[in-house]
Design a protein around this ligand. Structure first.
Ligand code: F6R
Length: 614
């Protein structure tokens, strides 16, 4: 949440910063701002409520010269979205400007102290307190900016990625991180700074991922210097980026979300590539092979995640319990971290996260590690905090996901979990060889079957136009389709702002059936599986109460097609892999309903892609 960018070099900073903010806009988009040390050594801060485009409109006739600057796109935590609360924030003397991603938890105490010393505040943010504190320390201790930042961060409780510039020293940016990501890009005579690598990749592929509590001093003409807040000097570890610019663009699609839905045949291929052998008879995940004894002897697996990743975790539970016979619990990371859970040293905790930066998931991991559990990460963003804070793991390899609503990351997470279940089951001897081979073979057919489903895009678009009137939706599924129902409902609500509930179909009669009338659309995932007949009965119950059923059915289905008001027919697959197919029409349905309602699909209100605050 919140994106930060910085530049120091020989080019004009402003266009680089603005482009970087556009790339990071998925992290927050309620206000944006930029600070530049202009060519005449003035420190100018321009801020605007709204999106980065609003900032551009505001700044177009201002002095935007300068080869050093920092910029920010905000997702409000403390203080409403407004010009005053937008970052960067000036210090009292307007000599310093600072941007921040995270939360300073003890800001009220610090603010009271600074107020008593005559400091005044112009925003309701925690961030302004930090810049004032740095200036206060710098002036009272007569120290340099680096020392002031270091001392200030020692007083701060909370999470931060910050960057600060000082008009009296236009050759330096100081940045630091704790629990919020920060990447330094190393170019020729220029440096970049960003919350992730997307603003940097255009200029250099050499990066340093800062670790928690590290401060980096970036000075023109010198190598970056990294020192921790406890004053330990670190050796910068320069890594090579494996990200291409085309992955960050819409490639002709109207929205990133649609592009990412359509990418799924390729992303799942790339997720399986190198893991399933060429004969298609064996799956190897190095993260599991390296620790196979742990998996074979695990007392229990606890899956922790948030949002869509939590839904993938539920599917993981079904897969692992069915094929590995290991008990699995799936927990919201935000609940797990605060409820004093029982964690045994022979438990395995699997943390699932697209971004690898979700604050609650990181805190849950820390808790699990303290309790001695082995922690395995399933993440998409390479080099993000979760892979760096876990014992082992598997990347989902689906490329950057930019649309705020998660689509391709979800199917890649489910694919990794299916491969994990197969690999562990084989090691444990809990799966018959023919079942193992059958699932593996079908897994490799999934990308082509998704291609078939994507051909239904126009039909689903037409269908979606019927339902823009609705204020509520219900999504129903059973077994492996229950998490898909939850995921379908989440997709719809987050981008169309229509209230939607996912339910296990048989739970309807325990309450929600009271909601059904002839206006209520009910999306029933009714593909061909072991409990198909039960789902048919559930649909009968809904039709008896005049509900409007949109059914997702398997090819060849005749019964539900007769019963439902509308149906979407998808290829058949094995029950345990069905979520990989039945999710696709639900993603498209949510997308088209939102487009019909003129919603901002890629940047829905109040949301941000990477939830780095709890
Ligand atoms: C929904 C969505 C969110 C995320 C959740 C976890 O479309 O994107 O619910 O799934 O915020 O994020 P990650 O997976 O990055 O930990």
């Amino acid at each position: 949440m919140c994106g930060i960018v910085g530049y120091i070099g020989y080019r004009d900073a402003y266009p680089i910063l603005i482009k970087g903010l556009h790339r990071l806009e998925y992290r927050g988009y309620d206000s944006a701002g930029v600070a530049l040390i202009n060519n005449d050594s003035k420190l100018s801060v321009y801020k605007a409520k709204g999106k980065v485009q609003d900032l551009e409109d505001f700044a177009k006739d201002k002095n935007i010269t300068g080869t050093i600057g920092i910029a920010h796109t905000r997702w409000a935590t403390h203080g409403e979205p407004s010009n005053a609360n937008a970052h960067p924030h000036y210090s009292q003397s307007e000599s310093l400007a600072l941007i921040h991603n995270g939360i300073i938890e003890n800001y009220t105490v610090l603010k009271a102290e600074l107020t008593s010393k005559g400091y005044t505040f112009h925003s309701s943010t925690d961030t302004e307190v930090l810049v004032q504190l740095i200036e206060y320390i710098k002036s009272t201790n007569h120290c340099d900016l680096f020392t002031a930042v270091q001392l200030a961060l020692n007083q701060v409780i909370g999470a931060y990625a910050i960057a600060v510039i000082d008009k009296s020293d236009p050759d330096q940016i100081i940045a630091a991180r704790k629990s919020s990501p920060l990447v330094v890009g190393i170019g020729e005579d220029e440096f970049f700074l960003a919350s992730d690598a997307s603003p940097i990749v255009e200029y250099t592929n050499k990066v340093i991922y800062l670790e928690d509590e590290e401060i980096v001093v970036i000075r023109r003409g010198e190598e970056p210097k990294i020192v921790t807040i406890s004053n330990v000097v670190s050796t910068p570890h320069i890594q090579e980026l494996k990200l291409s610019l085309s992955q960050l663009e819409k490639g002709g699609y109207p929205h990133f979300m649609l592009k990412e839905i359509f990418e799924q045949p390729e992303t799942l291929q790339s997720c399986m590539s190198g893991r399933i052998n060429v004969e298609g008879t064996n799956v190897t995940l190095s993260g599991i092979i390296d620790y196979k004894e742990k998996f074979v002897n695990a007392r229990r697996i606890i899956i922790i995640a948030c949002g869509t990743s939590w839904h993938a975790g539920l599917i993981g539970e079904y897969l692992i319990e069915e094929y590995c016979r290991i008990p699995v619990e799936v927990e919201y990371a935000s609940e797990f971290r605060y409820r004093n859970p029982v964690i045994f040293p022979d438990d395995i905790v699997i943390a699932i996260s697209q971004s690898g930066e979700t604050a609650d998931s990181l805190a849950a991991i820390e808790l699990a590690r303290k309790a001695g559990a082995f922690v395995y990460g399933v993440c998409n963003v390479v080099g993000s905090s979760i892979p760096r804070n876990t014992d082992s793991g598997s990347y989902t390899h689906c490329g950057p996901e930019i649309g705020v609503a998660s689509t391709k990351a979800f199917t890649a997470q489910v694919t990794v979990l299916a491969m994990m279940a197969l690999a562990i089951a084989k090691e444990k001897g809990t799966i018959e060889k023919d079942v193992y081979l059958k699932i593996l073979k079908e897994l490799q057919n999934i990308p082509n079957k998704i291609k078939e489903i994507l051909k239904l895009n126009e039909d689903i678009k037409n269908l979606s136009s019927i339902f823009t009137y609705a204020h509520n939706f219900i999504y129903l599924g059973r077994g492996y389709s229950y998490p898909v129902a939850l995921e379908g409902a989440l997709k719809l609500k987050e981008i169309s702002y229509i209230h939607a509930e996912g339910y296990p179909a048989a739970e309807m009669k325990h309450g929600p059936i009271a909601l059904i009338d002839n206006e209520m659309p009910i999306v029933a995932i009714a593909t061909n599986n072991a409990i198909y007949e039960k789902v048919v009965s559930n649909i009968q119950e809904i039709k008896a109460r005049n509900g409007r059923v949109i059914a997702i059915v398997s090819d060849g289905d005749e019964t539900i097609k007769e019963l439902a008001d509308h149906y979407i027919q998808i290829p058949s697959t094995l029950e345990c892999l069905d979520p990989l197919l039945s999710t696709i029409p639900l993603q498209l349905l949510a997308y088209h309903v939102a487009v019909h309602k003129n919603r901002d699909v890629d940047m829905p209100r109040n949301l941000a892609k990477s939830v780095t605050v709890e």
